[in-house]
Design a protein around this ligand. Structure first.
Ligand SMILES: [Zn+2]
Length: 303
């Protein structure tokens, strides 16, 4: 596929002052044409009221810059865990609120980490996740939950096609459920990314490729099969630049947003206070299909 057809962006902020408008501005500053954000801090439940005027201004700015609202992604906070029966009611009600917020903002997709079994069995956790999704998914709201493929760290659910398949099969509203691939998580879970088409074939056979609605593009600090989940900047990890480029330009995922969640870069090893977003530089490299040996230097110097 051509670089002009790429739908590519990164994780961006969602500030109390500018809300969605600020997110659009940040995405544009990276040369992105899509983006993903948390509607509030991912580690707490504080959520400010949404300002319709800011949302309207954001829509205008998106329109002027050909950003398609229907491709924008919200990421659910990581404090919710539908697999943990002890905290089930909290997770359900908080996610219902997040769906409401997504719907108010006109955003169609919400990425969710399926959950972790913690002190329960895998089967109990899977059933709990399915029950939760069947309560949360609401046919009146046009918001689809995308289950993220996980690295399999600790007791995480969702690092195998079998687990994702079981959840999707038992979810009632099939048009409100999908999958978000994550290259770092796939790699860490043991998938051979040099054979990405073979993975897509398996996915299609088990679940159906049409369920893939988003892909997180990250390199990995760890080795394949490590079950670690630590993201690395594009081309600086163990997946490598060329493998990631082949995945990004894969025709079979043509109309799907590619979202970078790579780490901010610190000014130096001694100065971890000052950190800079890498996205403008990574998007440029991806469009050029050429790794830039001076990537870190350029990010630090804001060139
Ligand atoms: Zn995620």
């Amino acid at each position: 596929m051509k670089k002009e057809d790429l739908i590519i962006g990164s994780h961006v902020g969602f500030s109390s002052k500018e809300q969605l408008l600020g997110s659009v501005k940040e995405a544009l500053s990276y040369g992105a044409n899509t983006f993903m954000f948390y509607t509030g801090a991912p580690q707490n439940t504080k959520r400010l009221p949404l300002d319709d005027n800011l949302t309207y201004e954001a829509y205008q700015l998106m329109k002027e810059n050909s950003i398609d609202l229907s491709k924008i992604i919200i990421h659910a906070p990581y404090i919710v865990n539908l697999g943990n029966l002890a905290n089930f009611d909290f997770s359900v009600s908080f996610l219902q609120g997040e769906i409401e917020r997504a719907s108010t903002l006109g955003i169609k997709y919400m990425v969710l980490h399926p959950g972790a079994s913690v002190s329960y069995t895998k089967e109990q956790a899977l059933n709990s996740i399915i029950d939760g999704l069947n309560i949360i998914l609401d046919n009146d709201k046009d918001v689809t939950i995308l289950l993220e493929t996980m690295a399999g760290k600790g007791t995480e659910i969702g690092s195998t096609l079998e687990e994702l398949k079981e959840i999707i099969e038992k979810v009632k509203f099939k048009d409100k459920i999908g999958v978000c691939l994550d290259t770092c998580h796939l790699f860490d879970s043991g998938v051979d990314l040099n054979n990405f088409d073979a993975y897509l074939d398996d996915f299609d056979k088990e679940i159906g490729i049409k369920y893939i609605k988003c892909i997180h593009i990250n390199d990995s600090k760890n080795l394949s099969g490590s079950h670690k989940d630590r993201h690395e900047n594009i081309g600086l990890g163990n997946i490598g630049f060329n493998t990631l480029i082949d995945i990004i330009y894969n025709e079979r995922l043509k109309d799907i947003p590619r979202i970078l969640e790579t780490p901010y870069v610190a000014l130096s090893d001694n100065d971890k206070e000052k950190i800079y977003p890498p996205y403008k530089y990574e998007i440029k490299m991806i469009k050029n299909k050429e790794f830039d040996n001076k990537l870190l230097e350029k990010i630090r110097n804001n060139e």
